[in-house]
Design a protein around this ligand. Structure first.
Ligand code: FAD
Ligand code: NAI
Length: 484
């Protein structure tokens, strides 16, 4: 007798991908009373299905755990003496440091599983694919238990991104690593090479330098940190290549990457900007040359979904794909590849599906680079304002004049504020210094509320606090700094 066909599970919303964009979309949709499922294929090295995507498993969370641990190590070794604290016999227990990082990851990813239960989001374990559209979407889920097809009124694609590969370079996550391998070296490399002086190169390069590696970063573009305000990138360059001794070489052209498995060495041949052929030998290499969206195997062709030349799903400002009730959010769509940008898109789309008016202000998305000192900004850079012909005024104030910064032994860096020359509306804020990742939140709030620099200048800031530098930078814009 033929088996009875089973009725497919049916949901108001199916989200494909449970990174920060997808899991937040799923939780918000469920909060709004929509029956919601989230398809996720991620497996831990132990073979368990896991939520959280790149960010929680091999991105933001583990990298920040290691940045904190390695910064503590560096402090004990080199920054305690000035406080009158002498240390002896300091030792690094790398296995313990990595274990702490792994436990934080487990706690965070497990936390999402708990949030799914609490909010009644169904977790469908496996690979999701669009089969067909129309009034109802059909999504295939290929998991350990076989194939399942579920139905959805709305689908949100949130499949994230993966490391971009360099032609001719095989990442084995042993000697040649992407972010995944670079977060788990079992020993501190003596000579670490990094290709790409972007966010990952600088953050993970900093981690291993602090733990004892000699770090060489090879960057194709002749400018350093071109996306940041030039004043900030110049200050960062001075500190990273000076005191911190990161060997950053700009404008290079990588010719080949060869692995000598016997000697456990990676040989990189490259050309410097003047055309000189160079060769460098490393015991580990990190390739961090950007990320590409995961849109290749989504079933786009089954439903006529448009993918652009960079591999992103084409969407409008509300993350609508152009096909009815099909949305895409996070790293697979235009805009910066940042967790909080994806999260905000997740909330927006869930609210739109529920009939509300979701919105993301793409002009007020902060950027943070978690080096020491930290780098953070929101809004336009000075070079962007110049290129756009916008008249602006600048205020800048150094942490060196701030009592709290001196007390914390973090006198480096500054905050720079840019405001419209006529209206005084804040157009951009750029910080390099201790706590910049936290301080930038004030600037984001100010920009969201359309504040002027005068608004910041007149707000009472606690004393002594690093946040006073934000106020002083606003005062500096009007040439009336009070402490410098
Ligand atoms: P992802 O987090 O990539 O999640 C997508 C999920 O979809 C994955 O779990 C994947 O398994 C799943 N998936 C893919 N295809 C399918 C399918 N067909 N079926 C089912 N599931 C599927 N950003 C910050 O804002 N701050 C930081 O400090 C920061 N640090 C970072 C550090 C590193 C080392 C890296 C690599 C990235 C970092 N990022 C950071 C970037 C951040 O991780 C991404 O912007 C963010 O994870 C994007 O979220 P997402 O949900 O779009 O995609
Ligand atoms: P990235 O785009 O930040 O930097 C890649 C760098 O590699 C660029 O400077 C680029 O010019 C360079 N490059 C490209 N091809 C090259 C080549 N052939 N040879 C030498 N250099 C080359 O990308 P990255 O560092 O891989 O990080 C990916 C993304 O992850 C970031 O753009 C960011 O969106 C996100 N991320 C965010 C973090 C944060 O918010 N703190 C931390 C880490 C990653």
């Amino acid at each position: 007798m033929a088996a009875e066909p089973t009725t497919p599970q049916s949901f108001d919303v199916v989200v494909i991908g449970a990174g920060p964009a997808g899991y937040i979309a799923a939780i918000r949709a469920a909060q709004l009373g929509l029956t919601t499922a989230c398809v996720e294929q991620w497996k831990t090295p132990q073979g368990e299905y896991a939520l959280g995507g790149t960010c929680l498993n091999v991105g933001c969370i583990p990298s920040k755990a290691l940045l904190e641990s390695s910064e503590n190590y560096e402090r004990v070794l080199h920054k305690f003496a000035v406080h009158g604290i002498t240390t002896k016999g300091v030792e690094l227990d790398l296995a313990k440091m990595l274990d702490r990082k792994d436990k934080i990851v487990q706690k965070m990813t497990g936390g999402i599983a708990g949030l799914f239960k609490k909010n009644k989001v169904t977790w469908l374990k496996g690979r999701g694919k669009l089969l067909s559209g129309g009034t109802t979407w059909k999504v295939e889920v290929a998991g350990d238990k076989g194939l399942e097809v579920v139905e959805a009124k709305n689908v949100i694609l949130a499949t994230g991104s993966r490391p971009r590969q360099l032609a001719g370079v095989t990442v084995d996550n042993d000697l040649v690593c992407d972010n995944e391998g670079a977060l788990s070296f079992k020993a501190v490399p003596e000579n670490l090479g990094v290709i790409g002086a972007g966010v990952i190169g600088l953050e993970l390069g900093s981690v291993w330098r602090r733990l004892g590696s000699k770090v060489t970063i090879l960057e194709a573009v002749p400018e350093f940190l071109a996306a940041a305000d030039q004043a900030v990138s110049q200050e960062a360059w001075r500190m990273f290549t000076g005191e911190q001794q990161l060997d950053i070489q700009l404008g290079v052209n990588i010719a080949s990457v060869k692995v000598d498995a016997k000697k456990r060495r990676v040989v990189v041949e490259y050309k410097s900007p003047d055309g000189t052929a160079k060769k460098a030998e490393f015991d580990r290499l990190i390739v961090s040359v950007g990320r590409v969206p995961n849109t290749g195997d989504l079933g786009a062709e089954n439903v006529g979904l448009k993918i652009d030349a960079r591999g992103c799903v084409e969407v409008d400002k509300n993350c609508r794909s152009g096909l009815p009730r099909l949305y895409a959010i996070g790293d697979i769509v235009r805009g910066p590849m940042l967790a909080h940008k994806g999260e905000d898109e997740g909330v927006m789309v869930a609210e739109i599906i529920a009939g509300q008016h979701g919105h993301v202000n793409y002009d007020a998305i902060p950027w943070v680079i978690y080096t020491a000192p930290e780098i953070a900004w929101v809004g336009k850079t000075e070079q962007q304002l110049k290129a756009e012909g916008i008249a602006y005024r600048t205020g800048r104030f150094p942490f060196a004049y701030n009592g709290r910064a001196l007390g914390r032994d973090e006198p480096e860096g500054f905050i720079k504020m840019l405001a419209d020359a006529t209206t005084d509306r804040i157009l951009g804020v750029h910080a390099i210094g201790g706590q910049a990742s936290e301080l930038i939140a004030e600037a984001v709030v100010a920009m969201e509320f359309g504040a002027s620099s005068e608004d910041i200048a007149r707000i009472c800031h606690a004393h002594p606090s690093m946040s006073e530098v934000m106020r002083e930078s606003a005062l500096a814009l009007d040439k009336r700094s009070l402490n410098g």
